[in-house]
Design a protein around this ligand. Structure first.
Ligand code: SAM
Length: 263
């Protein structure tokens, strides 16, 4: 992987949502590593948001990208979901699916997979409809700002979800810790932060564009959560790596943490 490495504002001109989806979320027809990673995430999200698990009134997904897979289990556990990303273009792509517009990405293999986990694969269209009505707002955000949602009026939420985003957005560990602190600041006391990190990330490709990745270790992720006032309730490591041609990482980490109820 040689050539210029994009970061920060470069996202606005170099990140192509359709290339991203095609490379990492082809699922049924994609390469094995990317499929296994998606299954790892979907399985963990299913467990996390199952009845008796994490749930509540509002969930906000930060760094949503053009994807909706991460909300398929959560939409059963929350009354309202807000999605947010740095890029309008990504929100537009997600919105196409939410509004069932022509040319929207086909998530049905992932939706069917999650329905199978829930016990009835045949209910996938009902789940699509449920998610489409549960997402109420799409907001731009910047995790490198102390107020990631800017001037948007959002009440304190029960859950912040952020998958595979902070290690792409933050230039160093200090910025990562600050981003975690700001995201914990969006939570009600006792609320949950659910995150997944591509560990030891170096770079990742979107089409022909190479993007920066911050190499993080499990311990750095846990320390950032603890220093932000959270207790780590569950962590799951997987040694799976992305296909080397697309992304250099060493394993994945899925973490559920809870903000101090007295905070
Ligand atoms: C690798 S993608 C992850 C997308 C999605 N969460 C997923 O699981 O596939 C990284 C995302 O981080 C977003 N991003 C980059 N810089 C950001 C920033 N400063 N604030 C918020 N999001 C940012 C990008 O627009 C992109 O959608």
């Amino acid at each position: 992987m040689e050539g210029k490495v994009y970061t920060g504002e470069d996202y606005k001109t170099k990140f192509n949502p359709r290339d991203y989806l095609k490379t990492y979320y082809a699922f049924d027809s994609g390469t094995v590593a990317e499929n296994e990673i998606l299954k790892f995430l979907l399985n963990n999200l299913f467990e996390t948001f199952s009845p008796g698990g994490v749930g509540g009134d509002i969930l906000i997904d930060v760094g949503t990208g053009p994807t909706i897979y991460q909300l398929l289990s959560a939409c059963e556990a929350f009354r309202e979901i807000i999605v947010s990303d740095y890029l309008e273009l990504n929100l537009r792509e997600a919105d196409k699916w939410l509004k069932k517009e022509p040319g929207a990405y086909d998530w049905s293999p992932a939706v069917q997979y999650v329905c199978e986990l829930e016990g009835d694969r045949s209910k996938w269209q009902e789940k699509e409809a449920r998610l489409q009505r549960t997402v109420t707002r799409l907001l731009t955000c910047d995790v490198n700002q102390p107020r990631p949602l800017g001037s948007a009026q959002v009440p304190a939420v029960d859950c912040v979800l952020t998958l595979l985003a902070l290690e792409c957005a933050c230039r160093d560990v200090d910025a990562y810790q600050a981003a975690i602190r700001s995201l914990v600041g969006l939570l009600k006391p006792g609320g949950h932060l659910v995150t997944s990190v591509a560990l030891h990330l170096q770079n990742y490709m979107v089409g022909h564009s190479k993007f920066f990745g911050l190499p993080l270790e499990k311990e750095t992720v846990e320390k950032a959560l603890q220093e932000a006032g959270c207790q780590v309730l569950k962590s799951q490591y997987s040694p799976i790596n992305y296909s080397e041609a697309y992304c250099i990482n060493e394993g994945l980490y899925f973490v559920v943490a809870r903000k101090d109820p007295g905070a």
